[in-house]
Design a binder for this molecule. Structure first.
Ligand SMILES: O=C[C@H](O)COP(=O)(O)O
Length: 249
C-alpha cells in the first residue's frame, strides 16, 4: 500500500479571526475528496477557533512549536498537554526561523520532539541547510547532524515522527529547490532513518521552501518526497487546495 502524503500549512505569525474563518471554511469545503492527509499549523491563540471551524472535517490541527517542558514556571511556553486539549495532532519543531531567531539548538529540538511524542502529538521536525552551508558543500553534513540529534533522543519511536526538509535559502524566497536537489537530500535522510529503524519507509519526509501550486506536482513526484510543509501558499485557499490536489493525484 502506498503511503498517504501529508500537506501541512504553516501559517507562521499570520492570520486574524476574520481571515482564519474564511480560510478554514474554504479549505473544509474544498478538500472533501482529498486523497492525502492535510493539516494547518496555526498560531497558538487561534487553536480553539480552528478546532471549532474544522469540526467533523478531515483537516488536522497543528501547532508551530511546543515546549520541551511538561509544566511549570516557564513563562510564555505552551506544553504538549495543553496542545492536546485543543485536538492538536502535529507540532512543528525546529523550524529554521526558531533556530535562527530564538537560538534553538539541535539538542533542544530533539527534546521538543520527545515532549510531543510523549503526549501522542506527531512532531514535524524541520531540518535544512543555509545558503552559506550549501555553497560551502556542507549540506549533507548539516542535515545529517540535525537528524542525528533527533534520532539520538527519540531512538525507539523515531518512526513516529514527520521530517520536513526545508533548505533555509528556499524559505519565503520564491527560490525553490529543484525536485532533484530535494530528492537527493530526502534519499539521504531516508537512509539515515533506515539505519535507525526498520520502519523508515513509514516516515513522511516533507519538502518545504517556496512550494506552491505551480511546482508542487513535480516535487511531490519524487520517490522520497512524501508531502509538503507550506508557508506563504497555505494562506491562500485556492493555492493550498491545488497543492492538496497535486498530493492526492
Ligand atoms: O514552514 C514552511 C516553510 O518555512 C516554507 O515557507 P514558504 O512556503 O513560505 O517558503
Amino acid at each position: 500500500m502506498t503511503k498517504r502524503k501529508l500537506i501541512a500549512g504553516n501559517w507562521k505569525m499570520n492570520g486574524n479571526l476574520e481571515a482564519n474563518d474564511a480560510l478554514v471554511r474554504a479549505l473544509v469545503a474544498g478538500m472533501k475528496d482529498a486523497g492525502c492527509d492535510v493539516a494547518v499549523c496555526v498560531p497558538a491563540p487561534y487553536l480553539a477557533q480552528v478546532q471549532m471551524l474544522r469540526h467533523g472535517a478531515k483537516l488536522e490541527l497543528g501547532a508551530q512549536d511546543v515546549s520541551q517542558h511538561a509544566s511549570g514556571a516557564y513563562t510564555g511556553e505552551v506544553s504538549a498537554a495543553m496542545l492536546r486539549e485543543f485536538g492538536v495532532r502535529y507540532a512543528i519543531v525546529g523550524h529554521s526561523e526558531r533556530r535562527q531567531y530564538h537560538g534553538e539548538t539541535d539538542a533542544l529540538v530533539a527534546e521538543k520532539a520527545k515532549a510531543a511524542l510523549a503526549l501522542g502529538i506527531t512532531p514535524i521536525v524541520c531540518i535544512g541547510e543555509t545558503l552559506a552551508e550549501r555553497e560551502a558543500g556542507r549540506t549533507e553534513e548539516v542535515v545529517k547532524r540535525q537528524m542525528a540529534a533527533v534520532i539520538h533522543v527519540n531512538g525507539h519511536c523515531i518512526s513516529e515522527i514527520v521530517v520536513a526538509y526545508e533548505p533555509v535559502w528556499a524559505i519565503g524566497t520564491g527560490r525553490t529547490a529543484t525536485p532533484e536537489q530535494a530528492q537527493q537530500v530526502h534519499a539521504l535522510l531516508r537512509k539515515q532513518l533506515a539505519a535507525a529503524t526498520p520502519q523508515a519507509e513509514r516516515v513522511n519526509i516533507l519538502y518545504g521552501g517556496s512550494m506552491n501550486a505551480a511546482n508542487a506536482a513535480s516535487l511531490l513526484a519524487q520517490p522520497d518526497i512524501d508531502g509538503g510543509l507550506i508557508g506563504g501558499a497555505s494562506l491562500k485557499s485556492a493555492d493550498f487546495l491545488q497543492i492538496i490536489a497535486a498530493a492526492s493525484a
